[in-house]
Design a protein around this ligand. Structure first.
Ligand code: ADP
Length: 668
């Protein structure tokens, strides 16, 4: 078959090549003369066909860079291909880069030597541009993708943030729920507080003052039941206020929006079908909407009737007290230890030479007190300011009016008030002018003293005569006369004791009793008392308990007088045949002497006053017993002048135990 195929001449081949679409040029020398170039190549090169037989560098100097490639192909005989190779093409004097698929293939002779190079070129500029476009698009796409990715990432982050915000939101929501619950709880609590508040509260709504809520306390004050007032206009629910100013006040608060406060307002309130007088503190507070308009009134009511009534009573008592103070011509004082200032009524001030507006200080007061009394007053005031003293203040002293220069004896009585910490807050009390009373006492004492003294002389001689007559009667063995004179003697001795008592009182009152202290053994003194009583007392059994040697620093005679007085009282106020026990023991640096009887005893009300001057227990059975109530007073005065104590324990019908204590003397 092959034989049938006609062989083509070079010319014919070239003619074919000349018409192929593929641009073709053939270089036929080592200097690359263009032996053949078809139209396609010429068009591509943008050259006229005069380039034929020219050297490539001359025909198209812009392809100079291809020369080394062509040389390589010529020498090695190896084809060279390049795709998408850029080449600058001269188009109307301008070099424009176009892209070509490029192939150079050597044509060899029988010796294998190159004698021509066939250069085919395909313009792939469009394809390259298309590819570039695709690439650019791809790049753009990638950029977009990257952007998208970053947007995605941002979005993811945003979502993450959103998620965490969501968690936070959920937490916030749970907190909100919690605070909502709490709010509701609080609301319940507030409602509860409102309900249970000891202060009356209600809310009146709208211009008609409809009673919206009213707590228990206000209903109690109103004297109304909840069901009777709730939801009703205030005026209708509480008609008892007609003619009283409350309705008008509520109107005003509603209209003006200004709170109204009433203090200690007197109002007539409903009370089981009648009216009662009451005092209240009240507040009418406007309730405003969010827009600021008044839409209701909150009423707060506190009933203070009891307090006001108590105050009235206190005022009445105060008035009465003032009257009593005035009638009794009492000076009243108030002393504040913190400021050291006194205040007092006009009368008291006048005694200290002050006018009603003048301030009274402790110093001013002391200056007006007689010098001899100043320390005693100061001590008494200070003592009463101690909690241990019980706050009692009681003293008599002399004031010398600095203006009129008049001496005035006053009796001060007062009481200190202490706070919870037992600290003194104030000392309050009265001052009574007892000058006249004292002068009366003095006159009485002087009289008693004088009479006693005058009586004592004839009595002493009477006593002597009785003694003589008694001795004579005994000698004459006149037993009747001796017995009668013995009785007369006893009576005279009683009278002497009594007169001595009066004399002692008068001496005591006028300060003429002197205490002569000496150190002595009280056991010895009791021994003497025992010996004396054994001789004198035959009606009773007097038992002296053994006493150890105990020294005291005291007036021996006067302490002996006290012991004798207690023993003779025991005899006087107990039945014959009963026992009297005398004891003396030392306890805590004090020696305690006691006289115990089995007598009638003393009532509680009398015990406190027994040691007062001229006091006698008002019992039926004591009436028959002679006495003036001065013995115990003298005992008490003597013991007090020894810084001792004196007292009594007693039970009616069972007996009494009188005792006194003196400080033991350890100093030799
Ligand atoms: P007088 O005995 O002279 O009345 P006192 O001052 O000695 O005076 O006593 C005062 C009062 O105390 C007596 O009136 C009596 O009521 C009461 N009294 C004193 N001692 C006793 C006692 N031992 N038992 C009962 N009452 C007594």
């Amino acid at each position: 078959m092959t034989n049938n195929i006609p062989s083509l001449s070079d010319k014919a081949l070239l003619n074919i090549l000349a018409h192929t679409k593929e641009a073709t040029a053939i270089y036929v020398t080592e200097e690359f003369h263009i032996g053949f170039i078809n139209k396609s190549m010429l068009k591509l090169w943008n050259k006229p066909n005069t380039v034929i037989n020219q050297r490539l560098v001359e025909a198209a100097p812009e392809f100079e860079s291809f020369i080394p490639v062509l040389k390589e192909v010529w020498e090695n005989g190896e084809p060279y291909t390049a795709i998408y190779a850029p080449a600058n093409i001269d188009i109307q004097g301008q070099l424009i880069t176009l892209y070509f698929d490029f192939e150079c293939r050597s044509v060899l002779d029988e010796n294998g030597k190159t004698y021509a190079i066939v250069n085919t070129v395909t313009d792939v500029t469009e394809r390259v541009k298309a590819l570039e476009l695709v690439k650019a698009k791809k790049d753009q796409e990638q950029a977009l993708n990257e952007e998208l990715t970053s947007i995605n990432e941002e979005q993811e982050e945003a979502i993450e943030n959103l998620r965490s915000t969501n968690v936070e939101l959920e937490y916030a929501q749970s907190q909100l729920r919690l605070s909502n619950d709490r709010l509701m709880e609080n609301e319940d609590r507030i409602r509860g507080m409102f309900e249970e508040s000891p202060v009356g509260m209600c809310i009146l709504r709208g211009p008609e003052h409809i009673i919206e809520i009213a707590n228990k306390s206000i209903l109690k004050i109103w004297g109304r039941k909840e069901k009777d007032v709730l939801g009703k206009p205030h005026k209708i629910a509480r008609p008892e206020l007609t003619g009283q100013p409350v309705y008008q006040w509520l109107e005003e608060v509603y209209k003006t929006g200004i709170t109204r406060i009433n203090n200690e307002f007197r109002v007539m309130l409903y009370n089981e079908d009648s009216l009662r007088e009451a005092y209240v503190n009240s507040i009418y507070q406007p309730i405003k909407s969010a827009g600021g308009d008044v839409n209701g009134v909150l009423v707060i009511l506190d009933e203070i009737t009891d307090m006001i009534k108590a105050r009235h009573e206190v005022m009445c008592t105060q008035d009465m007290l003032n009257m009593a103070v005035e009638a009794g011509e009492l000076g009243t004082f108030y002393y504040n230890p913190a400021t050291n200032l006194f205040s007092g009524n006009d009368l008291l001030k006048s005694w200290f030479g002050l006018k009603s507006n003048d301030m009274l200080s402790l110093k001013l007061a002391l200056d007006a007190i007689a010098e001899a009394d100043q320390n005693t007053v100061l001590e008494a005031v200070n003592k009463s300011l101690t909690y241990a003293s019980g706050g009692n203040y009681g003293i008599e002293y002399t004031i010398i009016d600095p203006v009129l220069n008049i001496s005035r004896i006053v009796r001060a009585k007062g009481k200190t008030i202490f706070n919870q910490n037992q600290e003194p807050i104030s000392l309050i009390g009265t001052l009574q002018d007892i000058t006249e009373q004292k002068q009366d006492d003095q006159r009485k004492n002087d009289f008693i003293g004088m009479v006693s003294h005058e009586l004592k002389t004839p009595l002493t001689s009477l006593n002597s005569y009785i003694q003589i007559l008694h001795a004579k009667a005994k000698k004459d063995e006149d037993s009747f006369a001796a017995g009668a004179l013995d009785k007369a003697n006893k009576q005279v001795r009683k009278m002497i004791t009594m007169i001595n008592g009066f004399l002692n009182v008068s001496r005591l009152e006028s300060g003429k009793i002197h205490i002569d202290k000496q150190r002595f053994d009280i056991a010895q003194l009791l021994k003497e008392a025992e010996e004396e009583s054994t001789i004198i007392i035959i009606s009773h059994k007097v038992v002296f308990a053994p006493v150890a040697e105990t020294f005291v620093n005291a007036d021996r005679d006067k302490i002996g007088q006290v012991i004798n007085n207690l023993i003779s009282n025991a005899v006087k106020y107990s039945s014959p045949g009963t026992t009297i026990q005398v004891a003396c023991v030392a306890i805590n640096n004090m020696v305690n002497v006691s006289v115990k009887d089995e007598g009638m005893g003393i009532g509680k009300k009398d015990i406190k006053k027994l040691f007062e001057r001229y006091y006698r227990a008002e019992e039926q059975h004591t009436h028959a017993i002679a006495g003036f109530g001065i013995g115990l007073y003298l005992c008490s005065e003597i013991i007090q002048r020894h810084e001792g104590i004196i007292g009594v324990d007693s039970e009616m019908g069972k007996g009494s135990r009188f005792y006194f204590g003196l400080p033991i003397s350890n100093v030799f």
